[in-house]
Design a protein around this ligand. Structure first.
Ligand SMILES: [Zn+2]
Length: 191
């Protein structure tokens, strides 16, 4: 039987540069760790922002720390539709030519010319995990999620290998809803 791994749902969230943190939250502001995430060093923050699209806005959106080199907004297709923007499916960090958006914080606002994406579903792995699964960085695999009422096989899942990662698959809220992948949930690679 294939080895299973944790499948986590990433709700909409924002990664910010230090400059944008100061614009949104005030001079000298830094992010406050509210909760550590499964990936080592990554954390959910106390701070929240409002996303403002041409159609509607979404309030109290989570920020994930630490600060990054480029501000990035990760949405579901449902969120993008709510905001009224057309965002592409991309791997985290690949924001060139992605959708523009306005972010509003308590101290100011930031208009990004690109950076709003729908995260491509992916599995974080260590090199040792990758060897066990017989895959390598950037491989595209299919993952089966067995749920009570909506078992689903997701194709186009990118494998991301780094010794800084912990083994977990990340899907967005649309994907979790589609597969009934709620609570503590596990998947397996199918060939
Ligand atoms: Zn991830």
């Amino acid at each position: 039987m294939a080895e299973k791994f944790l499948v986590e749902t990433s709700a909409r969230h924002v990664h910010l540069t230090n400059a944008d943190i100061e614009t949104l939250f005030g001079k000298g502001a830094t992010l406050t760790n509210k909760k550590d995430l499964s990936q080592p060093g990554q954390f959910a923050c106390e701070e929240r922002v409002t996303l403002v699209g041409p159609k509607k806005q979404i309030e109290r959106v989570s920020i994930l720390g630490p600060a990054r080199k480029a501000t990035q907004v990760e949405l579901s297709f449902t969120d993008a539709r709510t905001l009224g923007i057309s965002a592409p499916v991309r791997e985290s960090g690949d924001v060139a030519g992605s959708a523009p958006l306005k972010l509003v914080g308590p101290a100011g606002e930031v208009e990004i010319s690109e950076g709003a994406i729908i995260a491509k579903r992916h599995i974080h792995m260590t090199p040792a995990d990758a060897e066990r699964f017989g895959v390598k960085d950037k491989d595209i695999v299919s993952v089966k999620l067995d749920s009570a009422d909506r078992s689903t096989i997701f194709g186009d899942v990118v494998v991301r290998v780094s010794d800084k990662f912990a083994l977990a698959m990340h899907i967005d809220t649309d994907e979790a809803n589609a597969a009934c992948a709620f609570g503590e949930f596990y998947g397996e690679i199918v060939k």
